[in-house]
Design a protein. Sequence first.
Length: 412
Amino acid sequence: MTAPLYIALRFATHRKRALLLSLVGVVFGVGIFICTQAQTQGFMQFFIDSTIGSNGALTLRERFQPRYEGMVVAAKTSLGKVQRRNFFEGITNVSEIMRVSRQFSNVIACSPVLRGSISARAGFENTTADLFGIDPTSHLSATDLAKQIVGGKFDDFRNNTSSVIIGYRLADLLHVGPGDSVQLLSPGGEYWRFDVAAITRSGVTAIDAARVYAHARVAQRLLQKPYQASMIIYKLRDPDRAPTLANQFEDLFQHTAQSWQDREEGNLQIFSTLRISAAITVSLIILLAGFGIFNVLTMSVLSKIREIAILRSIGYRRIDISAIFLWQGALIACVGSLLGCILGAFLTWAISKVPIQIRGLLYTNHFLVVWDWRHYLWATLLAIISVFIASYVPARRAAQLQPVDTLRGSSL
């Protein structure tokens, strides 16, 4: 142990009450920062997992061709791609696209989907629904549909082509459950009767309030579509790389490709804004703790003027005197951050057990949290930076004291 560190310990323990108050500010600031970040990221991660589990990490849609108008050169994007395109509805070469796309290392599975808007009716209730015509086997491998079943059995759907799976909010609206029947209106004006095989809950209200799953060939006849699929959804090993793969698929297949980041850009911005807002608000607690440490160290300098003068007179340099007070701040930062991380972990665990009913954008019965080491790292860095700034000015002021003037009774 160096001499400045030993003296810093003696100085710090001399004012125990002030030291404790400064330490408490850092502890609670770090702990609350970790807890709020765990919550905000928890809700965002739940939304991401739910939407990827239902709609895939990447979707391939309609075919396109560049549009050329005489000799006029069309405007291009920053990536050099022609902005104006002619689009052709549907995907006709589904098998070939899926065979080629499976060769990409990031692709785990893919599933064709025939999508269309229909009218659903049960009893006296009538509403618009979003029909997904799927192949049960491939769709299970590309999505989390099997995990989202909350009523009925998926095998009942798999083995019965005249059955459907519907979202739980849509089921509540139509007042139906497993074993009941619904009628879907075809474009020709004819109602088709289907048995409800299962109820699904993805956790995303927009999906649960409108989604209806049917067998692909049945949906093709119901929607009267000439093509096999209107999109292909992909499950990826690394969903964060979806935008890069989407660009590659567009160039390779000449079909519109959209990553989940582009598809959910608006909602992701809302969650990111909430995280930043919470981080800024809670950081003010750590900042206020820094002001408290500044006052404590300033009073410590004032109360230790003669001791500082004696240390200077026996050979301690300015840097040694400054180190004494910087060490005090470092001790507060280290101990406060350690205790704050422990408090943050406890608060995160405790808040995850609190029951809460959210039935808006998401569906959850408790607070959602994420355990991420980066929350602890950022909280610790904020505490260290705040305490260092608060310690620097008193330490610099102490180092400027002249031993002779101080012993004669001069002050700061």
